[in-house]
Unconditional design. Sequence first.
Length: 319
Amino acid sequence: MIQTLCLFTAAYNRRLRYDVVIFSTIPLQKDAMLQLQHASQPARLVVASDMGGQSLLQRVQSLTDKQRTLLLFRCNVSRPEDMHWFTSCCATSDCARLNYAWQAEFRATHVWFHPALAEYKYMLWLDSDAFCMQPWMQDPIDVMVRNRLVLFFDHFPQGHSSSRLTQLLKSIVRRVFNSSLCGNITMNHLGQLHMRTTAPTCADNAVARIPLLHGFFHVTDLGFFRSPAVSAWVRNLTEDTKFSRHLDDQLAVTVPAAILAPGLAWDMRSNGVKLNVFHNGAIDGHHHERVGGFKRWFSKHGKGNFSAGWKACRITDAV
């Protein structure tokens, strides 16, 4: 996180000085806080709990009986006290540890209404393992505001929804948006998300798996995602199945933008914004632009490509 924040500051935020909010499940130590504050200067830094101060046990105990019973079954334990953040829990298609599943649920459902974001209209989300590779000569927030976008994303598509979720997703879309999924989400020649829909019905086999945008870096209009229709969508996604990896932030962000505001959900590169953010060995999430480990790349190219980051940041993470 320190590396991510230092590079982000050097690439972009030293000039703009936007507030930085870090969500953490476990309280940070004083030394880590001091390092994060240094990495984010001169911006204001807020560190917020994504659990509302609860422990894992308290969170599980606060679920309804139905939610808790299903979670215990998925995690193959008898009591909430037997669970920990590294407990592996299985859903319809595969398994995930609770820590990973919780971040997916938090980003899908809870982040939009977190008190730490209450005063903001826009959110630039950057994963803690996403690293800036150059100065940002374009301002994604400025593009977002000038064009009144609801979503400005760095990479699409990245994976698909599980085919086993198709009927569930179609029923939620019908109930919440009074529409039917009649074709997969696509991106047109202008780099805008689009989903063919009809109301109120379409063939049951019209869609199998929904392409999803990459969640590691995007800008969202918080007002749009707090709106009644979108709030109902994200609430329905995780209403019964808590700590689910598959009913996640990628689904939560992609589907409502494609259905409700397709002309206002833009791809960055297609609209002339190429910021070069490293994630999982690739530039902007594009697998055909793989560069290997970040630490090795930065040692070879950082001084020439990103002198501000080279001078300011200590690179330790090679992800």
